[in-house]
Design a protein around this ligand. Structure first.
Ligand SMILES: [Zn+2]
Length: 359
């Protein structure tokens, strides 16, 4: 398969991608390692999503479609998994990273707040600020405090006041409610890093272009903006999941600005073609900036307006500006592909520059 990317309008290059004995739990679900390990079902008849769903208002049917049976029973029916299940075993083996809601992907807990409680359920002493909400739970003849994801209201577990310092709290969470993202694969940057996410055609070349920019501290290629979880390259290639091939760019704002990254993005691909970069045609190649904060939104929209007003490109910019969603890291062989295979960026600048248009 020939892959081309950031294509010059004039040049076509041939180059080418987790037994809590003291709590009587009546609704303990069966513990099936196989089910724990099962990937969430791909949404049947997946529809193309160009923005995150309205998580708080998905219907029961929509949740059933998105989740495995065990995820649905816990997240949507407030069930409790049996302790020491396969998911807990996996939890124990995880290293540094982020635990996200397995329903909607919102980051919930950092691994550094986890501890060994001996209960058989993942335990944390603090959630990420604002990520977890709680309410009184008087079910099963007990008074407990139930905790759920603040975005999709998916049930996570309970919080008790017998945890360790510094909070004295113990968030007792069902492993099936959690999706682990290793530190190096998460979009959570270090303190001095910021993150930008771009879709500009074949991610091999996009990554190569950004890796060459001083101040860029790390890159990864993956998929974003689609309707299914854990997409594979094959899924995305089919174009049915709606994901875009993206490059996640981590950078030091003291050394390179988001605006400079925007210039690199707009000057190295054709932002005027819908779902296409040169010979690469499909929704996975759409031109898109997935924004991580309001400043990125405003700066991107301002530059697009300025480029259009300048009439330097033959057609209007069609680049989408959307809030960043879950970044699904692509298979390892796609990472730093251009470097591994001895060719440089397969993307070529189109010759127009926009630095003077940046606000
Ligand atoms: Zn959620």
């Amino acid at each position: 398969m020939t892959r081309h990317s950031l294509i010059s309008p004039s040049a076509t290059i041939s180059a080418m991608r987790a037994l809590f004995a003291t709590v009587v739990v009546l609704l303990v679900l069966g513990c099936s390692a196989a089910e724990q390990a099962a990937a969430p079902s791909a949404a049947a008849g997946a529809t193309m999503l160009t923005a995150d769903p309205d998580w708080a208002n998905l219907t029961d049917a929509q949740w059933k479609e998105r989740l495995t049976r065990e995820q649905y029973e816990v997240l949507r029916r407030k069930g409790t998994e049996a302790p020491f299940c396969g998911g807990y075993t996996t939890f124990k083996a995880n290293g540094a990273g982020i635990y996200a809601c397995s329903g909607c992907g919102q980051a919930l807990f950092e691994s550094k707040t986890s501890f060994t409680s001996g209960t058989g359920w993942p335990s944390f002493f603090a959630p990420i600020a604002g990520a977890v909400a709680s309410e009184e739970d008087r079910s099963h003849g007990m008074v407990r405090t139930e905790v759920h994801c603040s975005r999709c209201r998916g049930h996570l577990g309970h919080v008790f006041d017998d945890g360790p310092a510094p909070t004295g709290l113990r968030y007792c969470i069902n492993a099936v409610s959690l999706a682990f993202k290793p530190a190096q694969q998460s979009a959570t940057a270090a303190a001095n890093e910021a993150v930008a996410t771009f879709g500009a055609g074949c991610f091999w070349g996009v990554e190569a272009v950004f890796r060459a920019i001083p101040g860029v501290t790390g890159t990864a290629v993956g998929y974003m903006g689609g309707s299914t979880r854990n997409p594979t390259y094959r899924d995305v290639c089919g174009g049915d999941t709606g994901h875009v091939e993206v490059c996640e760019v981590r950078y030091d704002p003291a050394k390179v600005s988001f605006g400079k990254l925007l210039l690199v993005f707009f000057e190295n691909h054709d932002p005027t073609t819908v779902d296409r970069q040169g010979p690469d045609v499909g929704v996975q190649y759409r031109s898109v900036v997935f924004t991580h904060d309001q400043a990125q939104v405003e700066q991107t929209k301002a530059l697009i307006a300025a480029i259009d007003a300048s009439k330097r490109l033959p057609r209007r910019v069609v680049t989408l500006v959307q809030p960043a969603q879950t970044f699904w890291r692509a298979e390892e062989y796609h990472q730093r592909y251009a470097e591994k295979h001895g060719h440089g960026a397969c993307h070529l600048p189109h010759g127009k520059t926009f630095a003077d248009l940046l606000q």
